[in-house]
Design a protein around this ligand. Structure first.
Ligand code: GLU
Length: 287
């Protein structure tokens, strides 16, 4: 990771953490924790399936059968906190558009996949967290003159179906020619090939692509985040006990240094310090 780029991202993250939205959930929990249906019961039975991204360097990246990145480390912390050996976790690739259905249908027990907490998604799933706050930004070619979303009218911009950045472009920047794929790596390939003028998603995701050796010197992150994307851990909407327990696990991980260690081993490799984690924002679980 390039230190300068990552430092900018980390600064944005720290700022964003302090303004993280935390709408309250209105749904009474029913199933969940103690019932065996929730993640506490699942972990007690010896297995947990966690949905993660597979093509986002630094966050969730699959090489062969191995997944690595900050989201994977957070998943290991959660598994351990639930009393499960992290080696027993089954990692399953998710894309942005199938995260809610995967949780609702029980194809995964948890989703830890650069997953923004918002009220729309809270209608379908519950969120523990946030454990990180990103911001929507732009990835462009190094020689591009694009300096922010207001310069995108008439431009071809790539994002991912089912993501908050794609939705924001459609709603707030309707003059943009939006191209949607199912994963960001496809957008980055299109940017490299000149088929699109920019890729838009969270700054921390874009920084990971820009820092890849194969793209060295080719791309830059514009560095002006224009949203707040608090990352949550998605689980069944009814699993209030599991959600509350995961928040306790996250808080303990900050207190005992394992959150920092997870950051340092992944996104913080270039020396960027772990973001400040505000435990008072861990308030998204359904009541
Ligand atoms: N955080 C945003 C979202 O959850 C963008 C990243 C992603 O698509 O995973 O939609």
């Amino acid at each position: 990771m390039r230190v300068s780029r990552m430092a900018a991202v980390a600064t944005a993250a720290v700022m964003a953490l302090s303004v993280a939205a935390c709408g309250g959930g209105e749904d009474a929990g029913s199933g969940g924790g103690g019932s065996g249906d929730g993640v506490i019961g699942k972990a007690a039975s010896g297995k947990l399936i966690i949905g993660v991204k597979s093509d986002q360097p630094g966050l969730g990246l699959q090489t062969g059968t191995t997944y690595e990145g900050f989201d994977i480390e957070v998943g290991k912390i959660v598994a351990k906190g639930l009393g499960l050996d992290p080696a027993k976790v089954e990692w399953k690739t998710t894309v942005s558009a199938n995260r809610e259905p995967f949780i609702e249908q029980g194809q995964v027990d948890l989703v830890i996949a650069t997953y923004t907490i918002n009220d729309d998604r809270k209608k379908k799933v519950a969120f523990a967290g946030p454990y990180y706050v990103a911001g929507q930004d732009l990835l462009v070619k190094t020689d591009s003159t694009i300096t922010g979303p207001e310069g995108l009218d008439g431009k071809k911009v790539c994002s991912v179906a089912g993501s908050t950045p794609a939705k924001r472009i459609k709603e707030e920047y309707p003059k943009v020619a939006l191209q949607e794929f199912d994963s960001y790596s496809k957008c980055v390939t299109a940017l490299g090939g000149g088929q699109v003028d920019a890729v838009t998603t969270d700054d921390i995701i874009l920084a990971g692509y820009a820092a890849q050796a194969e793209y060295a010197g080719k791309f830059k992150v514009v560095g002006k985040p224009f949203s707040s994307e608090p990352y949550g851990i998605g689980l069944k909407k009814t699993d209030t006990a599991g959600c509350t327990k995961i928040n306790e696990i996250l808080k303990a991980a900050v207190d005992d240094g394992t959150y920092k260690a997870a950051w340092d081993a992944t996104l913080g490799k270039g020396g960027t310090p772990a973001p400040t984690f505000d435990a008072s924002k861990l308030s998204n679980c359904p009541a």
